[in-house]
Write a protein that binds this ligand. Structure first.
Ligand code: GRF
Length: 213
């Protein structure tokens, strides 16, 4: 549990445009989140998130499994950057690759992921981005939403920290639903990070206990 008022040191992993990263930065700058993004890591050298980091004077790293012959060298490279920046929390903000086990174990209960559905529904391998919203619409759901969850050793299976619903509308397409869910992602990710910054999160098995203020 974090106690001091020092900003929580967060390293963000992202593979794409970085709209979640941008939303977290906005909420930090607005004083809603007592955190500091100390590094951004991407598997994609062309990720908008790396460009966004650069514009905000945040150390940005392109680190990909493809650069390493051995997966241990890859996880060592990630751990080196995480430790170099004294990372206290890892935020997977649109990160499309699996986090290596050594990193998950080194940061047990201190890695968050954002998923664009109400887990455990519509989660797991292959259900990401557009495919999630397509599956929700094909199933005929009346509500969808977003989940911030603790990352454990499998895809999308860790206990939720924050969840929020959005309505599914009659004429929704995967894109219109994605946009409605994304707006909620941008809010609940920052809320979850702030809970960690306030030292209010305790993970007990499958339960995430949020202490009162
Ligand atoms: C988001 O919809 C998130 O749910 C998923 O990746 C998508 C892209 O995120 N994990 P971003 O716009 O790059 O932050």
């Amino acid at each position: 549990m974090k106690t001091s008022d020092e900003p929580l040191r967060v390293t963000v992993f992202a593979s794409g445009r970085g709209s979640n990263l941008e939303a977290i930065l906005k909420n930090i700058n607005a004083g809603k989140v007592n955190a500091r993004i100390v590094a951004v890591i991407s598997n994609n050298s062309k990720a908008g998130a790396l460009e966004l980091a650069g514009k905000n004077n945040i150390p940005a790293y392109h680190i990909s499994q493809k650069q390493y012959t051995d997966e241990h060298l890859f996880s060592d490279a990630l751990l080196k950057v995480l430790q170099q920046h004294n990372t206290q929390l890892i935020a997977l903000a649109g990160y499309m690759k699996k986090i290596p086990l050594p990193v998950i174990r080194a940061f047990k209960d201190r890695i968050l992921n954002i998923h664009p559905a109400l887990l455990p529904s519509f989660g797991g391998h292959g259900l990401y981005g557009h495919f999630v919203h397509e599956a929700v619409l094909n199933y005929g759901c009346k509500i969808s939403g977003a989940t911030v969850h603790i990352v454990d050793e499998d895809y999308d299976t860790g206990p939720p920290v924050c969840q929020q619903c959005v309505p599914v509308l009659e004429n929704d397409t995967p894109d219109t639903l994605a946009a409605r869910v994304l707006a909620v992602e941008h809010e609940i990710f920052s809320q979850a990070i702030q809970l960690f910054a306030q030292g209010r999160v305790q993970v007990k098995g499958r339960r995430v206990i949020i202490a009162d203020r």
